[in-house]
Write a protein that binds this ligand. Structure first.
Ligand code: H2B
Length: 98
């Protein structure tokens, strides 16, 4: 069962995921990525899509040319869960490798 984050887990968010910001008005985190061009952005999205499918946990995202905006939240839990943190860390690793 997917459960929402505990308050201790929430307190550690800023240090565990410093590049991700809380979303105003909802229990979610977001991060924007900018690439050299659309091709780079799409390649990043393809890699993230594969790992999201593997984790059975999926981002809310938009792409405009070289920019990808990602919001993570767990719909089944009505807010942030450990699955979002795992996915966020995996996305950071993809971005770092790019
Ligand atoms: N992704 C996200 N972000 N939240 C969910 O609650 C979720 C998901 N649930 N991916 C998964 C799929 C669920 O619907 C399937 C049936 O496992």
């Amino acid at each position: 069962m997917i459960v929402a984050l505990t308050s201790a887990e929430r307190a550690s968010l800023a240090t565990r995921l410093p590049s991700w910001q809380p979303v105003a008005g909802r229990d979610a985190i977001s991060r924007s990525f900018t690439f050299a061009d659309f091709s780079e952005a799409w390649g990043f999205m393809a890699r993230v899509a594969l790992l999201a499918e593997k984790q059975d946990h999926h981002p809310e995202w938009t792409n405009v040319w070289n920019r990808v905006d990602i919001t993570l939240s767990t719909h089944d839990a009505g807010g942030l869960s450990a699955a979002d943190l795992t996915l966020a860390e995996a996305i950071d690793a993809v971005a770092k490798a790019a």
